[in-house]
Design a protein around this ligand. Structure first.
Ligand SMILES: Nc1ncnc2c1ncn2[C@@H]1O[C@H](COP(=O)(O)OP(=O)(O)O)[C@@H](O)[C@H]1O
Ligand SMILES: C=C(OP(=O)(O)O)C(=O)O
Ligand SMILES: [K+]
Ligand SMILES: [Mg+2]
Length: 569
């Protein structure tokens, strides 16, 4: 039987019990006895495994389990896991078997799905290549198109054993161009005169004419303003206004893409008075959100968030409408206001995205890297998953290899320990979606391996975040479990130098956990008896060759408010 060490279990001991085994490391923190019955909202097992008890080094794997951040969720579609079975992503299982625990990828990958990747086989290739979350961007395509993608991802999960989550990204109500009358792009040359118009054109667009989605556009711009397409990819100067038409001269030539974002600048600053009056969630966005709720997406990302209020409003809207209120809301940080109100926005959200595309159109480009670093740090402090997005591998839309600069950018995001990296055009409409994904994967793995080799376990001062007493206890339990292996961990937040196995009873929670750094979600059924849950988990993992007898593990359970160190029986 396992040499089991019970550090604390209030169910059987009134206070802290110190271990009698002299070989175990003496590094526990005092855990006060909870005053009330223990909190069942967060059944949590954290198991840290290594080959022998003397091998408690920081790079050995940590397995964690979490049943979501709220009540145990049951969906109508939810089906019990067959007794004696455990569900894990088939790609992860293969990786675990082939490479062992230590080399599992910690950084998660999000792919935007578009014309290049919307077929079943293409989606499957992305899943095989490590896609954890599929993003659909409601700026483009019809709801029917998006529904089709959602259904294909579902089928992929069901038929082939993946747990790819779906993120729906709203259009938001910023100013953008129309869809170029069906053309995939248009080239604007230096000195050319183009017309930006709010008129509705019933047939084809006149030559060098761009439709603008915002009625107040022609009133708001002034002659002399700079008009930036996509944050400066193409630049125009406003030279004349004729009713609904605004004539502009191209000053920086480039490719115009359908529905590209437009900003205008006056005397070196962004003009944003009008934008401030547009609602963050437009009426079209609300329809898309209803669609997302009806389709049961896992995440809704909100564009151009300005304040925490809109997030709170959306969260209560979702809670009232979704069957189980389990759609996570991701705040996209891509405006000056979102940077100003960053902490409160992140606090109100279930996660954030560093949406560098639009962010770079609203603040000077050279400020984007420091903004990214701050957003990633704030998210980690507040324990919210964070995605770094846009232009990570932009050149791979056209070319099969990335630039050195792009690889350096991806490395930096991984090094910052962002939870996830995202592909946009590279996977949506690029020529090499799978290659781009492979670059994200291999760069992530390389940096993560380098940490292990160099033993760079970055410890960050993390503030207490639990508000309730039992949350605080959970936090204590996790950090003391982490300290035993000289590594940081309040679960994923501590970015421990080991994978974290997350056990849940719920399919949707399993998919949502997929966004978080280092978490490998499993689904199995739990009983009320934690001891037998653990034993069952061990035997299922052993049967799948994912752990073996003798592996040393630390099991953290906030169902029992306990930590146990034991060898796998
Ligand atoms: N559902 C879709 N249908 C058609 N094209 C799409 C779709 N999703 C994305 N794209 C294409 O991929 C590009 C990059 O995607 P993304 O970065 O999400 O959007 P945007 O460039 O509008 O911010 C888009 O500009 C568009 O050309
Ligand atoms: C991710 C972003 O948002 P979208 O692609 O919807 O513009 C961005 O602006 O970087
Ligand atoms: K969007
Ligand atoms: Mg954006």
């Amino acid at each position: 039987m396992s040499q089991s060490l019970r550090l604390f279990n209030h169910a059987s001991t009134p206070n802290l019990t110190f271990p009698s085994n002299p070989n175990t490391k003496q590094c526990y923190s005092y855990l006060p006895k909870p005053s009330s019955t223990y909190n069942r909202r967060f059944p949590l097992i954290s198991i840290r495994a290594s080959s022998s008890s003397s091998d408690l080094d920081s790079s050995s794997p940590l397995l964690v389990s979490d049943n979501g951040k709220g009540a145990v969720i049951s969906r109508e579609e939810e089906y019990p896991v067959a007794a004696g079975s455990i569900e894990v992503d088939s790609v992860t299982e293969t990786e675990l078997k082939e490479n062992g625990f230590r080399s599992t990828r910690r950084t998660k990958l999000v792919c935007t799905i578009g014309p290049s990747t919307c077929g079943f086989d293409q989606l499957e290739s992305l899943a095989v290549g490590g896609m954890n979350v599929a993003r659909i961007n409601m700026c483009h395509g019809t709801r029917d198109w998006h529904r089709q993608v959602i259904q294909l991802v579902r089928r992929l999960n069901e038929d082939k054993g993946y747990a790819v989550a779906i993120m729906m990204d709203t259009e938001g109500s910023e100013i953008h161009m129309g869809d170029l009358g069906g053309a995939s792009s248009a080239k604007a040359e230096d000195g050319e005169i183009w017309t930006f118009s709010v008129r509705a054109f019933d047939s084809t667009l006149p030559e060098r004419t761009i439709n603008v989605n915002y009625d107040g556009f022609a009133e708001d711009v002034k002659v002399g303003d700079d008009l930036l397409v996509d944050g400066g990819m193409v630049r125009f100067e406003v030279i004349e206004k004729i009713g609904p038409d605004v004539k502009c001269r191209c000053t920086d030539p480039g490719l115009l893409l359908p529905r590209a974002n437009l900003t205008f600048w006056r005397d070196g600053s962004l003009v944003r008075e009008r934008n401030a009056m547009l609602p963050t969630i437009s009426s079209k966005d609300w329809l898309d959100i209803d669609f997302g709720i009806a389709e049961g997406v896992d995440f809704i990302a909100i564009s151009f968030v300005k304040s925490a209020e809109v997030i709170k409003h959306l969260k209560s809207y979702i809670a009232a409408r979704s069957r189980d209120g389990d759609i996570a809301v991701i705040a996209k940080i891509e405006s000056i206001d979102s940077l100003k109100n960053l902490e409160e926005i992140v606090q109100a959200s279930d996660g954030a995205m560093v949406a560098r595309g639009d962010l770079g159109a609203q603040i000077p480009l050279e400020q984007v890297p420091s903004a990214q670093q701050r957003i990633v740090q704030v998210c980690r402090q507040l324990n919210k998953p964070v995605i770094v997005a846009s232009q990570l591998l932009e050149s791979m839309i056209e070319y099969p290899t990335p630039t050195r600069a792009e690889v350096a950018d991806v490395s930096e995001a991984v090094r910052q320990r962002a939870d996830a990296l995202m592909l946009s055009g590279e996977s949506a409409m690029g020529q090499f979606p799978e290659k781009a994904l492979a670059v994200l994967r291999s760069v992530s793995l390389r940096i993560e391996r380098w940490w292990r080799e160099e033993k760079r376990h970055e410890a960050m001062e993390l503030p207490d975040i639990g508000s309730s007493f039992s949350d605080k206890i959970s936090e204590e339990i996790c950090s003391s479990a982490a300290k035993m292996g000289h590594m940081a961990s309040l679960l994923s937040r501590c970015r421990p130098d080991c994978p974290i196995f997350a056990f849940t009873t719920t399919t949707s929670v399993r998919r949502r956990l997929n966004l978080q750094w280092g978490l490998i979600p499993f689904r199995l059924s739990f009983s009320d008896d934690m001891e037998s849950n653990l034993n069952k988990t061990f035997s299922l993992l052993k049967a799948r060759n994912l752990i073996k007898s003798g592996d040393l593990v630390i099991a953290v359970s906030d169902m029992l408010q306990s930590i146990q160190v034991m060898n796998v029986p």
